[in-house]
Design a protein. Structure first.
Length: 163
């Protein structure tokens, strides 16, 4: 299954998975253009996989301030995109609640994203999904540019809270 940019924007509006459930951030913090593949099987742990991408535009807001004269996408935004996608996976799985990043085990940055990057890809390998008192997902994720892994995050954690 995949989700178009129109569907991604609907996820940011908050009702795609039903009122009070998972949603993506909107506007400037939305770091995803489309989801190319989402499944609850496959991936490194055979518990699910999610592939998505973001088109990089030289006029993205973060290039103007990070860093003036030496623009580069902040690594934390790529990490946030992986948390965003794990929240989407939980909402797509039918679990109730709003997603919140709970942590990450290990993060490694081995490249940078410049204004002329064109696009980047994200990949999540789902490790575990808990559905007890608070639903939570754990995944390993990566940000890929031109076929090379440039950010890697292990043990990303997102929980779903009911408010």
């Amino acid at each position: 299954m995949q989700f178009s940019n129109t569907e991604i924007l609907a996820m940011a509006n908050g009702n795609f998975f039903g009122p009070g459930n998972a949603q993506l951030p909107s506007s400037l913090m939305l770091m995803i253009d489309q989801i190319n593949h989402i499944a609850n099987t496959g991936g490194n742990f055979d518990k699910g996989q999610l592939d998505a991408d973001l088109k990089i535009h030289p006029d993205h807001w973060f290039f103007g301030c990070h860093f003036p004269g030496d623009p580069v996408m902040p690594g934390c935004l790529g990490l946030d995109a992986l948390w965003q996608l794990l929240g989407v996976f939980l909402g797509w799985s039918g679990l109730p609640g709003k997603g919140r990043a709970l942590g990450v085990g290990k993060v490694k940055f081995s490249g940078q994203i410049y204004p002329n990057a064109g696009s980047i890809q994200y990949r999540l390998h789902i490790k575990r999904v808990f559905t007890k008192s608070m639903s939570m997902g754990i995944a390993d994720g990566m940000v890929i540019h031109n076929g090379k892994i440039i950010y890697q995050a292990n043990d990303l954690k997102v929980g779903l809270i009911n408010r």
